[in-house]
Structures are given as C-alpha cells and as structure tokens.
Design a protein around this ligand. Structure first.
Ligand code: NAD
Ligand code: WQD
Length: 341
C-alpha cells in the first residue's frame, strides 16, 4: 500500500513516515528541501530499517507534479504536509505563502483527480480558531478571520478541500494541530529551525545549550493563573500516530463524512512558565529568561476539546509535557554534538 507523504523530510512529516513504515506501509516522500535536510532519509532508515522513496521537486510546479503522479499511479492515499509555516514571514511575504501553500494543494488535487486517488489527509492548524470564545475549543467553533497570510492559507485550503469533496470522489481528513513539540525518542529526527526560532520550545532548548543568550517570555499580564499565555502542546510522535490512524480510516472507508475535521491536541493547556519549569526539571538546566512585552498577534489561551478525535479515531495523545520537553532536550543535545564534533 503506497502512501505519498509531501513534506516528508520536514518536522512532522518525518515522524509520520517513521510511524507509517513501522506499520508496513510503503512511503514515497516528495519534498523540495526548502525547510529540511536530506540527512533525514538515512536517519529514518536507521530507525525503521527502511529508506523511503524520495523525490525532490517543488509541488507548486504543476508540470512536475502532474508528471510525478503519472509515474506513480499506484499511490493510494496522500498525507499533505508540504507548506511554508512561519507566521511572521508570511506577513512580510504574503504572495510567497499564498503561492506555495495554495498552488501546491491545487496541483496535488488535480493529480489526484487525474489518477483516481481518493484519499487525502491535510495539515491544518488551531490557528483557524483565533481566540475562541469557549474553551476547550471544539471542531465546530467558528473559524475566525485569519491573523496572518499563513493562517489564511490554512483556512482557504480547508475550503478548497471541503468544496472539492462536495463534487468529486475525494475524501479528506483535515487535522487541526495544536502546538507540536518534542522529537523522536531515538534523537535521530526532530525539528530543525532555520535561523532564530520563533516557537517557544526550540528557543528554550537553544537557550539552554548556549546558542541563544536569553529566552524572552512574551507577556505575564494575560488573564491566566500565572499571567503567561496558555497553549495545548502535543508530542510530535503522538501527532504522527494520529496521521496513520486517519489515513487508515480513509483507506478502509471508515470515514463518516467525505470531509472530516479533527482537533489534535492533548486537551490540556500549559502556560509558558509551566513549560519552562517542566523543561528545567527534566533537563536539570536553569534557564536564563526574562519577562518582556506581549508578542503582537499572540492569543491569550487555547486548548483543544479532543473528545471527537478520541472517540472517532480511537486516538489519544499519551505523552505529557515533561516527556515532550525531555525528548526536545535530547534532540537539541544530539544536533549540537553533531555540529561540534
Ligand atoms: P516543516 O517546514 O518542518 O515541513 C514542511 C516540509 O515541506 C519541509 O520539509 C519543506 O522543505 C517542504 N516543502 C515546503 N514547500 C514545499 C513545496 N512547494 N514542495 C515540496 N516540498 C515543500 O513543517 P512542519 O512543522 O513539519 O509542518 C508540517 C505541516 O503542518 C505544514 O503544513 C504546517 O503548516 C502544518 N502545521 C505545523 C504546525 C507546527 O507548529 N509545526 C502547527 C500546525 C500546522
Ligand atoms: C507559544 C507560546 C508565545 C516564543 C505558532 C503558530 C501557529 C502554529 C503553532 C502552525 C506563546 C510564547 C514563544 C518565545 C515566548 N503553527 N513564546 N517566547 O504562537 O502558539 O503558534 O505555532 O500552524 O499557527 O502561530 O506557538 O511556540 O510561537 O508560542 O514567550 O521566544 O510561547 O508568546 O504564548 P504559537 P509558539
């Protein structure tokens, strides 16, 4: 059973490829390596014993994408991760984001139609909820106006998929991730942020290892118990496992709607200070941090209602914040050792 994983050398994609291969699926990755490294492939092989098939090209190129599908007419399902994901950069370069994230999806959907591929799992984001009125947030909460071009590409992509499901054979599962963190227990794959990290946990681990001098905590005057913002952090391996379940749901025709949406989180929120305390506990490193102004565009608090995913997918996130931080720390140490030896 051959599955196409776009963006499969990236952070979430590489963990998903591992889980798919460990369950016996044949995987072909397409990635242009714009935000990942080819070394991921031998590391996936070290973990699973299998080197996935790989092709490097831009999915926004319709000629190359169409040619790819003609050459691989045995693909049964697609997990589509490939996209640009940096919120701040999307504000600076909106066209680059709309072009990459939307053209790639549209080219893939044409490829699926022309080659009779019916199943797609799509990477969406909790960013579509903005600051929800009710917490935990359920899948039927209103989608609020996007705060960034990146967020808007996720909203438009969801609409493209929903509309296409209405009039074609397409079956889609849209997975709205909360905040993925952590790395594989082998410390062979993990997140590789280019330049200065925007996200909290890579910034924490880089500060702890000495690459960054000080972590800035963006705001302690939120209406939360300790004043810092709350998110639903989820271990990337838990997230990856949900993708295998979602794709199997489609392959086995167990989906109840042609277009289903699931939240993927733990259902539990942690504040920035709680994440820092957990990191200090599991790493034994005292973190240099200071409280600064709120970051523009940040919401106060969000965490997922995971009941629908728990019941319908039979999936539940298993790892807690300490396990997430410990794996992120092991990964940071592994990449640092590699860079300095
Ligand atoms: P990532 O950048 O590590 O992985 C994306 C991969 O796609 C990269 O390897 C990149 O080289 C590749 N890529 C990008 N554009 C491409 C193109 N046109 N053609 C071929 N390859 C291309 O990101 P990630 O964190 O693994 O995120 C995966 C998906 O999940 C993205 O769609 C992202 O928007 C979504 N998502 C991520 C988060 C998060 O916090 N990491 C949260 C919610 C949703
Ligand atoms: C988490 C918390 C920050 C860095 C982003 C995207 C979202 C989704 C996930 C893709 C916030 C605080 C952070 C730092 C800090 N991605 N923080 N100091 O903003 O919840 O979500 O990634 O879809 O769309 O917006 O994640 O990790 O950046 O921040 O205090 O140096 O940590 O203010 O409260 P965020 P994050």
């Amino acid at each position: 059973m051959k599955i196409l994983v776009t963006g499969g050398t990236g952070y979430i994609g590489s963990h998903t490829v591992v889980e798919l291969q460990q369950k016996g699926y044949e995987v072909i990755i397409v990635d242009n390596l714009s935000n990942s490294n080819i070394d991921v492939l031998p590391n996936i092989e070290k973990i699973t014993g299998v080197k996935p098939l790989f092709e490097k090209f831009d999915l926004y190129d319709n000629v190359k994408t169409s040619d790819f599908f003609k050459r691989h007419n045995d693909i049964k399902a697609i997990i589509h991760f490939a996209a640009y994901k940096a919120v701040g950069e999307s504000v600076e370069k909106p066209l680059m984001y709309y072009h990459n994230n939307l053209f790639s999806l549209i080219n893939i959907l044409y490829g699926m139609k022309d080659n009779n591929i019916k199943n797609i799992v799509f990477s969406s984001s909790c960013t579509v909820y903005g600051q929800p009125e009710q917490l935990p947030v359920k899948e039927d909460a209103p989608v609020l106006k996007a705060l960034s071009p990146y967020g808007n590409t996720k909203q438009i992509s969801e609409e493209i998929l929903t509309d296409t499901c209405k009039t074609t054979d397409l079956n889609a599962i849209l997975l709205r991730y909360f905040n993925p963190i952590g790395a594989h227990e082998s410390a062979l794959i993990g997140e590789l942020p280019l330049g200065i990290p925007n996200n909290l946990v890579p910034f924490i681990t880089q500060t702890a290892i000495g690459i960054r001098e000080q972590l800035r905590v963006f705001g302690d005057d939120y209406n939360t118990p300790d004043g810092t913002a709350i998110r639903d952090y989820i271990h990337v391996v838990d997230l990856a496992k949900a993708h295998v379940i979602a794709v199997e749901r489609l392959l086995e025709n167990k989906n109840k709607l042609k277009n289903e949406i699931f939240n993927l989180g733990t259902g539990k929120g942690n504040s920035v200070l709680e994440v820092i305390k957990s990191f200090e506990k599991v790493s034994g490193v005292k973190l240099n941090y200071k409280i600064v102004e709120r970051r523009p565009g940040d919401i106060e608090q969000v965490w997922a209602d995971t009941e629908f995913a728990n019941k319908e997918l039979g999936w539940k996130a298993e790892k807690n914040i300490d396990e997430m931080n410990l794996s992120a720390w092991k990964w940071e140490k592994a990449i640092h050792n590699k860079a300095t030896t």
